[in-house]
Design a protein around this ligand. Structure first.
Ligand SMILES: [Zn+2]
Ligand SMILES: [Zn+2]
Length: 225
């Protein structure tokens, strides 16, 4: 038996483009056979520049955690709900990066982290036992990074509205021996159930997910992989 985990999922509580409330995403994930999920709502300086809504760093963090917290409450013990993010360093590029392994206290002290750029952020992740993967690296307007700049790349992205050129990402990961992830990038109903990873053991939380991604001992869900 394998256990299926969604690694790329948005909520309407914490992503402007997310169309489905967290509690409903939980039901969709369970219905699609997932054992757990990492919520990767968007986290960028552009997102939180409205100072009337976000007067300080803690209010941005609170907003970002809303979807995750609502899902956790709705899920109970039916689904392992994990916190993550999709970060963008707007001053550098339009690239999106999936972050796995945030500790809440670390994030609350990391004011302005979305301004530091991917190289420094990767070092930050190494210092804090986190992993950062480039999301959909071959979509239009993305810049593929020199291999080794991040911990891995998303080789399957299930968002039907974008051409993520997953075949190119898969080829790139094979060529350079990179860690891979697969995720549905779920924003709306049709996105559910396309991506994820399969593990041999159930994951208790985000540190288990980080460990399994490091080990490489998992399989990918997705068409053509
Ligand atoms: Zn989005
Ligand atoms: Zn996304």
């Amino acid at each position: 038996m394998m256990f299926k985990y969604e690694t790329h999922c948005h909520t309407s509580e914490s992503s402007h483009c997310g169309e489905i409330p967290a509690a409903e995403t939980v039901e969709l994930l369970i219905a699609n056979g997932y054992s757990g999920v990492v919520y990767t709502d968007h986290f960028t300086s552009d997102y939180f520049k409205d100072t009337s809504q976000f007067p300080d760093w803690q209010s941005a963090v609170d907003y970002h955690r809303r979807g995750y917290l609502a899902a956790k409450e709705a899920a109970g013990d039916r689904l392992t709900v994990m916190y993550g993010m999709e970060i963008r360093f707007c001053s550098e590029s339009d690239n999106d990066y999936l972050v796995f392994g945030w500790d809440e206290d670390v994030l609350r002290k990391a004011e302005g982290i979305y301004n530091i750029g991917i190289k420094k952020f990767h070092r930050f992740c190494e210092e804090h036992g986190m992993l950062v993967f480039q999301a959909h690296p071959f979509r239009n307007n993305m810049q593929i990074l020199k291999p080794g700049t991040v911990d891995g790349i998303e080789v399957f992205n299930g968002h039907f509205n974008h051409d993520s050129r997953n075949d190119m990402a898969q080829y790139w990961a094979t060529k350079y021996g990179l860690r891979r992830s697969s995720g549905s990038d779920a924003h709306m109903y049709d996105d559910y159930g396309h991506g994820g990873i399969l593990t041999k053991e159930p994951l208790g939380g985000i540190s288990d997910l980080v460990e399994v991604l490091r080990s490489g001992d998992y399989m990918l869900v997705g068409n053509g992989i």
